[in-house]
Structures are given as C-alpha cells and as structure tokens.
Design a protein around this ligand. Structure first.
Ligand SMILES: [Zn+2]
Ligand SMILES: [Zn+2]
Length: 445
C-alpha cells in the first residue's frame, strides 16, 4: 500500500552556501531539487589539483556526496528517484548531476541546459562534472510538469546567471516552494516579482528559501554597478582589466555598454565567447553579438587550443586579440582577465594609469575561488589599483523578510546560508514557523 506521507529532507545546502540537494517525497514519488557540489565541504578535505577526490566512494566516505540508494550511476539497483529538477546552472546547484543514474530524467530551463552543455564541451570531463548521457528535459515559465503524485511549476527568477527558476510544487499535503537562488536588484527584477506572485497564490505549506546574504548585505543594483564601472572606465588611461563570472550575462552586458560608451572594446575570454555564441540562439536573452564592433575575443597564450577554442578562433578570425595586441592598444580595451590568467600580464605590461576591477563576489563566486594574497601580489607588481564593483546574486535580508511576510507560509526552512540562526532571529515574527534544517533528517509536511 502507498503511504499517504509527504516529507522533505536536505542533503546539502545546510549551514553552507551552495551544495543544495533537496529531496521531496510524496506518497511513492521521490524528486530531488538541485544536486550541487558543496564547495565548503570539499575545501575541508581537498586541495586540488594534487589532493583531489579519486572516486564517488571517497566523496561518500567524507559526507560530501550523500549515501543514498537507487540514485547513482554506479549503483546497480534500479532507480528509486523519479526525477531531478535543477534551478540554475551554477555548479553549487548542478555539478553533481555527474553521479546521477542516466535513467533518471533531469529537468531544467532551456538556458540552463545550454549553459551546462557548453560547460560540458569546454571542460575535460572529470569525476565531479560529467553530464554525458544525461536525459535532459527542459521547461519554461508557465509549464507544469507532473511527476507521479507531484505537479511542479517552474517560475523564472532574477539571479546572476540567466535561466534561473524557483519552483512551486503541488504535493498531496499542500504546496512546497523552493526558491533556488534569487534576487530583486538585478537586471530583471520583474521575473522575481512574477515568482513571488505565484508563491502567494499557492498559499504554501512550506517555503525552502535561500538566505545567503544575512551578513555583509548592501543596497545596490546592477544598474548602479554599470554606473560605477562607467565612471572607472571614463578615468582610466591605460588598460582596464576586469574579473567577472563567465556566465553572468547581466554583468557582461554592463561591461559591454560601458566599453561602447567609452570608445573601448570589451575583450572577452574564449570561454565567455563560447557561451555567448551558444546563448545567442536563446530569444529570451539579450547577449551581445561576437561580430559587434565593440566586442573582441582574447586569446590567451598557450601552445595548443582545445577543439571548442579552435571553433571560436576559426569562426571569428577578425575578432581575436592576443597579449601583444592588447599591450599595444591598452587605452582602447576593457580586458576580461580571470584570476587564472594573471600570467598574461607579463606580456601585456600594463601602462601607468591602468587599473583592475574585481566584479565578482568575495571570497569566491559560484565558479571559482580567488586567492587574494596572490592577486594582490600580482597587482602590486604591476602598479594596478584594485576596484571592487559588484552586486550580489542573492536577495537582501529586508527584501527577503518582506517577501516571506507576504507569502505567509506555515513553515520556512532557510538553506544556502552560514547564518541560519541569525535568519531565524531576524524572522522570528513571521506568521509561520521557522525550522533550521538538519542534514538528512526528514521533515513531514
Ligand atoms: Zn548557489
Ligand atoms: Zn546561484
């Protein structure tokens, strides 16, 4: 007999930023929401590249990958999980799809699918990121997906990567809402308003919300970031170097407009170029054309280029700029230079009056970690002042509070935060009950 029980359990994203893995169990239907890599947990044990996980067994042994049956590709048993839904393409929500049994369908937005597939083509497959053979199924806002006894409604939200969604999930015991990562101060806040409206209408029993920004919150917006970048570009005499997340299309657009206004070209990395090329087909997105007069593609110096890199080099031969050209045209360029590209400075030799703009979060963005001491040493060596111009991909505390007040959920679970205690105190007068989740514990609805 099928038990008439609905519960949720948290296998990641508990007392940590990212690594979300939420399991919803309704009667005999089991669905995971997000299956991300836990950067924080990994850092406790590993120091890549020389100390890296060798197998899923190691990750399970250390509690980085949950020990569950009927879920993994290395598990001989038939799958017991009916589907995995991915909220967006950041690796802390999606990377561990790598381990999922290929018979289990993976649902995500069309844009997320493009981003993950591009990333799959760019990275050499490794243990922790391999999406080969995944049965992707895509959705858009307005769609309703039935999985067993559940009905899942994805609704777009504004986040620092395009194609991010929150979910309203209709269960046998009321609606469960999972916010994924979201904000209301990006380039498309209306998307988050649409989500909040749908959540209010659903009168949820449970809201699982991200609560990343409980400390170090700020009041800013993507348009303010653009204004600040513009003021820096207008004053810079030499080269303007910029670090920003490769999949942050809003930031890319901000840099592009700033470059154009200041009669410079934005030289994007090959990785950014490859993604821009893939995302151009997405009609819902505004992405600059690589053929645009104000866009160039920076070719890092190396001996051999991968297949995906060659595809861009061959398709856009007139748009390629290397270190020598960048060095000659410093006052005409904004160069996207990631932490891993600092070695290129040796040939660029920045002119006096050049600068470096860190336009990503501290201490890590959701894609890589920056070693600040080493960054400071490089910038010091070349006399480059460092500006920090950024706005978070995550909702601010007062805005989150106002949203939760309106939503009036019976239960609220904070995830994706290191400050759940602070969250619970700050929100203690919410109409519903705040529950700080414990990892792997089942909570009945
Ligand atoms: Zn995240
Ligand atoms: Zn994210």
């Amino acid at each position: 007999m099928v038990k008439n029980v609905t519960n949720i359990a948290f296998y990641g994203g508990v007392n940590e930023i990212g690594g979300n893995k939420l399991l919803l169990n309704d009667r005999d239907t089991k669905v995971f929401f997000d299956f991300g890599m836990s950067f924080g947990m990994k850092k406790l044990f590993y120091a890549p590249p020389f100390l890296s996980p060798k197998s899923a067994k190691s990750l399970q042994e250390l509690g980085i990958l949950p020990k569950l049956k009927g879920l993994y590709r290395f598990d001989e048993n038939t799958p017991e999980v009916d589907a995995v839904f991915v909220s967006h393409g950041h690796l802390d929500h999606s990377a561990y799809l790598s381990f999922i049994n290929r018979q289990i369908p993976v649902y995500c937005g069309e844009t997320t699918q493009t981003i993950l597939k591009s990333l799959g083509e760019m990275r050499r497959s490794d243990l922790e990121f391999d999406i080969e053979g995944i049965a992707f199924k895509s959705f858009r806002t307005g769609g309703k997906i039935r999985i067993g006894s559940l009905e899942v409604e994805p609704i777009h939200v504004d986040h620092s990567i395009p194609g991010a969604y929150g979910f309203v999930i209709h269960t046998s015991h009321g609606a469960v809402v999972y916010t994924g990562d979201f904000r209301v101060h990006g380039a498309k806040p209306q998307m988050t308003s649409d989500f909040v409206e749908a959540v209010k209408e659903a009168r949820p029993t449970v809201v699982v919300t991200e609560a990343t920004n409980m400390t170090g919150a700020s009041v800013s917006s993507e348009s303010e970031v653009e204004t600040k970048l513009n003021s820096i570009a207008a004053q810079t005499q030499g080269i303007m170097l910029a670090e920003f997340a490769y999949a942050d299309v809003d930031r890319l657009n901000s840099f592009y407009r700033v470059a154009k206004k200041n009669h410079r070209c934005l030289a994007v990395s090959l990785k950014q170029a490859y993604l821009i090329n893939a995302l151009r087909a997405d009609e819902g997105l505004r992405v600059p054309d690589l053929n645009d007069d104000n866009i160039l593609v920076f070719r890092k110096s190396k001996k051999r280029y991968d297949k995906w890199e060659n595809s861009i080099l061959q398709q856009y031969p007139d748009k390629i700029i290397d270190v020598f050209e960048a060095s000659k045209q410093q006052c005409k360029v904004i160069l996207a230079l990631s932490f891993y590209d600092l070695e290129e400075l040796v040939e660029i030799r920045p002119d006096a009056g050049s600068c470096y703009v860190l336009s990503a979060s501290e201490p890590f963005n959701e894609e890589m970690e920056i070693d600040f001491e080493k960054l400071t040493n490089w910038l010091g060596h070349y006399g480059l002042p460092q500006y920090h111009v950024h706005v978070s991909g995550h909702v601010m505390p007062l805005q989150l509070r106002s949203m939760l007040m309106q939503v009036r959920s019976q239960k609220v679970f904070p995830v994706h935060t290191e400050n759940s205690g602070l969250f619970a105190e700050f929100m203690r007068d919410l109409p519903g009950k705040i529950i700080i989740p414990e990892k792997q514990k089942e909570y009945e609805l």
